[in-house]
Design a protein. Sequence first.
Length: 453
Amino acid sequence: MSSAVTPVDFLPESFYTPFLSDVAKARRPSPIRSLYPLEATPGLLSLLAGKPNPTTFPFTSFQFTARAPPTDDGAPGGEDVALSLSAGELAAALQYGPTSGMPPLVDWLYGLQHLVHGRGRGEGWSLSVGTGSQDLLSKAITALLNPGDAVLVQSPVYCSILPLFDSLQCEQIEVDTDADGISSTSLRAILEGWPATKPKPRVLYTVPYGGNPTGATATLARRREVLQLAREHNFLIMEDDPYFYLYFGPSDSRPVSFFSLERSDVAHPVGRVLRFDSLSKVLSAGMRIGFASGPEPLLRAIDAHTMSANLQSAGLTQAVAATLLSSWGYDGFLRHVRGVADFYREKRDVFAAAMQRHLGAEGLAEWAPPQAGMFFWFKLVIPGAEDSAQVVRTQAVARGVLALPGTVFLPDGRASAYVRAAFSLLSEQEVDEAMRRLRATILDARSAASGEK
């Protein structure tokens, strides 16, 4: 983690015009929301917005309790702490608010990005809060891609992002991955072999920590090479990083984010990385709070979409998050996420041990343990069968095990021998039973493949 404060050059606003989609260029800011900041002008009487009168709101107070974060030595936190929203905070949370997020939360997140990624204000980037990072990703894709455009995707691909590319009929160019994350060798081969008569992709989508579905974390060397390729071949990096804080390795071996990495090289201007973070994995999935950080022109395009789509993220959940995070402070938050990562590392180890007991000894599956996130990505070893779909969707379900076949993570839906399994919820006993059932399923599939009765 960095706290760099040296000056930095950033790409000019005009640089991004060719990267914006026709939709983004045609979209106009809301005639109402674009004038919201003027309402704070002293002495100005606003007849602007159709805001409901707050005296009609029935809510008069809001209190909640939260666990204290672990101590510095990793011991569990103390008793639950009672927190509440002030009258002013509650009034702001219940009313229409800024498109990019409630100021207390936005300011806190700016400070977090400076502390964790070394990115300070005044460097050509801004930050917006969304209704989960998926909301922001959807809007970013709309802002950056026209129908039929080619887009580089780390493959296998997060399955819930595929419909967004599909809806634009994008040509999804798959970049290989392995246990060390996205392959810069594969990426370079794609770009250097690109037809001269065809426009090169303007965007790379990647999940660098605990990649969904593979669980792989990109090494620092890979990240450096990918960033260099972005400069050589003029594309932007969409860094989807919901598992950043679920890293299992020691802090001194943690690869820096793309968002931080481009800041560390003063020989090049910053502004090629659009980063997506999420509070879903570390605070609450149901609060639906994510945030995007990146070049100001791109964030303005995302905000313009929000103005016309859902106006803003829910003010009340933003206020709850801001109150909790402010009470913890940055040190408390980082202690909390270290505790969350420790929790999932133990879950990972339990799952790995069960896989070795039931699938490893007889060579029924092949895998590499994830270094972050919530998923194991493993290959079923069934001679003569290169597709896990039938085994996973039918035979495994019949035995009481539910997982996802690899085919759903591939843009063209081709056959895959791989399976994604989430290890976040089951107890040790349930994991052992799931692996026992999966072992029996694979053995049955092997017998059927070999013609045995």
